[in-house]
Design a protein around this ligand. Sequence first.
Ligand code: 6GU
Length: 243
Amino acid sequence: MRIDVVTIFPEFFDVLDISLLGKARQTGLLDVTAHNLREFTHDRHRTVDDTPYGGGAGMVMKPEPWGEALDTILGPTDAADPVTGTGAPVVIFPSPAGEVFTQKMARELAGREHLVFGCGRYEGIDQRVFEHAATRAEVRLVSIGDYVLNGGEVAVMAMIEAIGRLIPGVVGNPESLVEESHEDGLLEYPSYTKPAQWRGLEVPPVLLSGNHGAIDRWRREQQLERTRRVRPDLLPPGAGDPA
Ligand code: 6GU
């Protein structure tokens, strides 16, 4: 998979050199490039923002550097069919005003060949950047949750990690992807390892029983109990009601 990120802080993405995703980059499974938006300016101060039309607080990112950055990354548009098919790029703009990023969206995006992330700062990006990008790629505004960050960089790091680990071969043992929070719509069950006694606390005896049917049932109950308690919104209507 190819990932391009456009940002005024390309150094933010240096950490992608480490851990599982760093390894995926070394082995060629993942090709990530962070582009400095300021490289696509032409003035002495490398200006990327300006005051908003209509007034108001803060600054808005100018369209021209974004247009040139996306021209460079997307290349000449395939006039016949610019926006469909798994090979067509998806351009994602992190935004607290976007649709919420989920495990389902991560799975969908992990199946695409080319993702482009455009990190806004300040009060946002000139709206015409989204409109123009939509003429040559699938464009999505995506939020990572109901809170506000200063810019899209941290949100994009989170999305790249969630998507990258779903690319076949990135996570060594694919089974470890299955029994995780959100994969089956429930939160994951609690885990224990040796020793069986630690600081006066015991491992639940069922896990030491060797009875795999009982262990599976206990884990399922734990998942349901936890989901009911902290994330009832994840359960289908009625499923969270006491028996
Ligand atoms: Cl994607 N961007 C920013 N700036 N803030 C956010 C967000 C994204 N998701 C939640 N808050």
